[in-house]
Design a protein around this ligand. Structure first.
Ligand SMILES: N[C@@H](CCC(=O)N[C@@H](CS)C(=O)NCC(=O)O)C(=O)O
Length: 204
């Protein structure tokens, strides 16, 4: 499998899922600003949206969007049990949608981009307070988003990591802080974060 990523972007979730599965993959670094891969290729020829992540399956299919990519990785490595079957699959999709739409796009995107003005950033922080309260309530007394670690946790690990860059204080959400610390203690998450932090610092 080929994985297109940028250091510490949401594509980190795909790396975490692959490391959790103990799977091999070829990782291709993308500069989303220039639209070029590290070897000089045109990334829009892979993903016309220009966004990471994208993967190319061994059959040559290109797949984009975190929710789809992460479920594909989970289903390609069933022994790792990263996505449940039956009704719980809808719970997984519920959390993938919440993370993608309500946290990634609604809260962190406006906080991370210099293009958003102060009013947009204030709205994002207000939305964040509500959404993190919901997350904190859900995680109280729970280890992971579902009964077992899943690709939704991998996605949330990538998104929660941005809180430090935008000074979104998580201290008001103790269950989220404890969950973030549990995530960081998982070998696959620690390895993926360590590798991408090193790349990110080198590029900065
Ligand atoms: N809906 C997409 C969002 C992907 C996305 O926003 N990727 C960001 C990195 S976290 C990106 O590539 N940004 C580059 C840009 O906006 O030019 C998904 O879930 O995959």
């Amino acid at each position: 499998m080929d994985v297109y990523y940028s250091p510490l972007a949401c594509s980190l979730a795909s790396r975490i899922a692959l490391y959790e599965a103990g799977a091999d993959a070829r990782f291709h670094r993308v500069d989303t600003k220039s639209g070029r891969t590290a070897d000089g290729g045109d990334y829009r020829a892979v993903n016309p949206k220009g966004l990471v992540p994208a993967i190319r399956t061994p059959e040559g299919e290109v797949l984009t969007e975190n929710a789809a990519v992460l479920q594909y990785i989970a289903d390609a490595h069933p022994a790792a049990k990263l996505a449940p079957q039956g009704f719980q699959r809808y719970r997984l999709q519920q959390w993938l949608s919440f993370i993608g739409a309500e946290l990634h796009k609604k809260v962190f995107d406006p906080l991370l981009t210099p293009k958003a003005d102060e009013a947009a950033k204030a709205l994002a922080r207000e939305a964040g307070a509500e959404r993190f309260a919901h997350l904190d309530e859900h995680l109280t007394g729970r280890e992971w988003l579902l009964d077992e670690f899943s690709v939704a946790d991998a996605y949330l690990a990538a998104v929660l990591n941005w809180a430090q860059f935008v000074k979104f204080d998580l201290d008001a959400y103790p269950a989220v802080v404890a969950y973030r610390d549990r995530l960081r203690a998982r070998p696959a998450v620690a390895r993926a974060l360590g590798e991408e932090f090193a790349e990110y610092r080198m590029a900065a």
